[in-house]
Design a protein around this ligand. Sequence first.
Ligand SMILES: [Fe+2]
Length: 309
Amino acid sequence: MIKVQDVAYVRFGAPDLDVMERFLTDFGLSTALRTADRLYMRGFGPQPFVHVTERIEEPKVLGFGLLAQSLSDLEQLATAHDTAVQDNVEPGGGYHVRLVDPQGLQVDVIWGHAPAPPPASSLRAPLQLNNSGELRRLGGTQRPGDGSSHVMRLGHVVLKVPSLEPSLQFYSENFGLRVADGYFAGTPENRIAAFLRCDLGSEYTDHHTVALIAGGTGFEHCAFEVLDWDDLMAGHHYLHARGHKHSWGIGRHIQGSQVFDYWRDPFGNKIEHWTDGDLINEQYAGGYAPIGPNALAQWAPEMGPDFML
Ligand SMILES: [Fe+2]
């Protein structure tokens, strides 16, 4: 077993790369590389790309990439799965091992890729927010401006899986992912969702990097961290103004605590902006909680039918 350190990118298939590129640009990503049949989009972070679309006839979720910690981890993984470490020919290069998960998604585990140079467009600093107990901004103003959000990185992918246990076993036993929290329906034995964090020991990591939800196949959603609160709000108004389809939000989750805003890309994939999520380590004592009408958010607008599709 190896211990991955983060998620790197999501991989989709779609028939029209122009349509995907326009949406993702409005969503807050920028084009890293465009070829005849691939669209690579990046955020403001160092990953060479965080979203790739392959041109195929029918829209489809294809898989995602995880970050390994060393070349020897890749070698260990390759040996365990009777495959080989291969040169990575996608932006950034390095090496990868390509696996298939229990439901057929392609899981690339990558290491040794070159970080991307800083993006061409500028990025303001995160805002210092005053609150009633702590005044951090004295004599200054707030001028975040409007426009699209600034996506910093891919934060997590949530997979719909036909059955929870085989996927839970696959992701925990191969990549060292550990349950942070989850949900059960009815009785505690009937687990229906698991939020998995990277196992980095005492080092803090996102509350979840991969999550599993029982029922269905493909992604439930993929989620991108934006610069800060105002950046999420500005992007919300911008996506509405650009005519994109909203799914649910803005609200604050319970498990993970993120402030969230869910959208649909033009091919029906649910995609999330989030900010201010929990960071946890080996000390975190989570567990499974009962699912129910108010189990997903502390505050939010009423959940419409789109979110549950
Ligand atoms: Fe999410």
